[in-house]
Design a binder for this molecule. Structure first.
Ligand SMILES: C[S@@+](CC[C@H](N)C(=O)[O-])C[C@H]1O[C@@H](n2cnc3c(N)ncnc32)[C@H](O)[C@@H]1O
Length: 193
């Protein structure tokens, strides 16, 4: 008898309960294979970031790789996202082109990155926090001499949202849009390959 010929206990009751329990017991080891067919890869070129990040998401497969030379085939991903990463690339344009290379046509690329608020008083407060307070607090907490001086300076040196959108278009993304978040402290850009 084919499995599909069997009468399923759909109307409820104890029979349904034991059927459902037995079914999930049987499929549990392979459940994720069918219900989450997409595999998610997390790439970073700093191994400790991958190791310490691993427990935060069991579904993400960490890969130690440079965003400028991704070890993946052309058009092999259905989407890509990066949070507070592209600002750190030694060559932003090359990084955008490399991401475009590994994405399939129609795939989305989402970038979350710091920006600078346009309006006062938030702009003034932001600069005070970023340039005066954060380096001080960051030095005490991270025990690193200048990581939290690098952070604000790299944000200030990073292209404003319009300019980043233009770079994404130049790298091969279309329908590029962005939204400023939290009064402009961050911006989220979306582009379609
Ligand atoms: C500010 S952290 C952001 C981490 C994480 N996305 C988050 O939002 O918490 C920036 C990360 O980008 C990584 N990174 C910087 N340049 C990179 C490159 N060229 N290739 C791969 N990873 C890079 C750093 O190692 C670091 O882990």
């Amino acid at each position: 008898m084919l499995a599909t010929d069997r009468k399923l206990p759909l109307s409820g009751g104890r029979e349904k309960r034991s059927y459902v329990r037995a079914m999930f017991t049987a499929i549990a080891p392979r459940y994720d294979l069918l219900n989450h067919p997409g595999s998610v890869i997390g790439a970073d070129f700093v191994l400790p970031m991958l190791v310490l990040g691993k427990p935060k998401s069991v579904r993400v497969r960490p890969v130690n790789a440079d965003a400028l030379e991704l070890p993946f085939a052309d058009a092999s991903f259905d989407g890509a996202t990066v949070g507070f990463g592209v600002r750190n690339l030694m060559d932003l344009d090359a990084g955008l082109v490399e991401t475009a290379r590994v994405l399939r046509p129609g795939a989305r690329f989402v970038i979350l990155e710091f920006s600078t608020p346009k309006h006062q008083p938030l702009r003034g407060l932001y600069f005070f926090y970023f340039r005066k307070l954060l380096p001080l607090i960051g030095r005490l907490v991270s025990k690193h001499g200048d990581a939290y001086t690098y952070l604000p300076e790299s944000v200030l040196a990073f292209p404003e949202p319009d300019a980043l959108a233009a770079k994404m278009r130049a790298a091969g993304f279309r329908e590029v849009t962005y939204e400023r978040l939290l009064g402009g402290i961050c911006a989220i850009h979306v582009g379609v390959r």
